[in-house]
Design a protein around this ligand. Sequence first.
Ligand SMILES: *Cc1c(COP(=O)(O)O)cnc(C)c1O
Length: 432
Amino acid sequence: MPPLRRSDGVLVLGHVSLAEVARDPRFGTPAYVYDVDAIAAEGRELRAAFEQAPHLVAYAVKANSAGPIVKALAAVGCGADVVSGAELTLALRCGVSPEAVVFSGVAKTSAELDLAIGSGTAGIGSIQVESVEEIPRIAARASAAGRVARVSLRINPGVDKEALDTHSYIATGHDEAKFGVPLSSVPEALGLVAISPSLRLVGVGSHVGSQLTAVDGYVASARALFAFAREIRARFPLTFVDAGGGFGIDYGEGCPVRPADFVRATRALQVEMGLGDLALYCEPGRSMVGAHGVLLASVIQRKLAEGRRWTMIDAGMNDLMRPALYQARHRIVPIALDAAASVSAYHVVGPVCESSDDFGVHDLPDDAGSSRLREVAILDAGAYGYSMGSRYNGRAMAAEVFLSGGKVIGATPRSPAEEWVQDRLRAGAALV
Ligand SMILES: *Cc1c(COP(=O)(O)O)cnc(C)c1O
């Protein structure tokens, strides 16, 4: 995979100069730029790690829902993990087959369940049950549709939160999390599924958290999941076990493991535990797209006050929310490097009126005479960037630029300010 690199001081992604993209009047900044080929290669590499074993790589669409990206992953044989009816519809229209979709989420509406149950000839691959209370709701919708809905039980394996090397907001598989069925409720859940003729339990799953940078916690959770699958498979016709997503990427502090390492370790354990005939599912989001996207921003101005140095850029927390939401740190670098410029530590902040609109302190070139820092790139912004974006403060949604084969293959223009103004003026008008 061609990673982000520098050529003659200028950042290059997917063989395209990011200085040219940032200065192209068709896009402007802030702009997300994605290397679609590298994303497809992630999909191929992860699928190859399963060797010939039955599997499904269900891409977690919420990480980055852009059509060209979901399509590219579908084209290399990935399925989709969706968390809303809209994501389900998007995945299907991007070429994912209904069979290859799993639907997660703790509060699926009846309309969303109907959509999942009614997709294709037999509904989607599986609806992931996240609570006992959800089971009769799914059963009733399936029964009303005259179909048998395939479901999987997302168990909460009770992995100790402290043992997971991730931020507490993105840890999901511990026993206080809102996600999944806790082990204490599993017997009741199984009993309910067993007496529901409109449900077929085809899988069991778990998802421990996100940005895991070691395989241990993931494999420990898979061990508990597999033990559970072994226990119930005589009673239920399981076809798969789903170990979830959460594979970490290198945000600058390192990530010694690749997504394929998680898969190989989990598959080996699965075979060792006598479940080798079941398909192994995983649900990666971040690792498929995170490193293959950058957010380009222009420097609006610098500020020197009370001994602090600030760099104000035209991208804010509405464009990339992770720092404000999870105290995440993204590397920020100049797009074009001026080797002669001196470097200082700057607080990099956006224009949004919130103190949390702060991307942290970064070493950046100083301005001197006519040599000014014009644009920066916020690295590893391909996951949970645009998809979490908002128009808070009347800001535009950022542009998106898609690269493939060494050139720009498509772009989403920035949403015009006038669109937001019209939308807000229309607020409340519908029933008058
Ligand atoms: C968000 C999510 C994922 C993807 O997590 P990543 O950390 O992006 O890999 C997988 N499964 C479920 C159920 C999710 O909600």
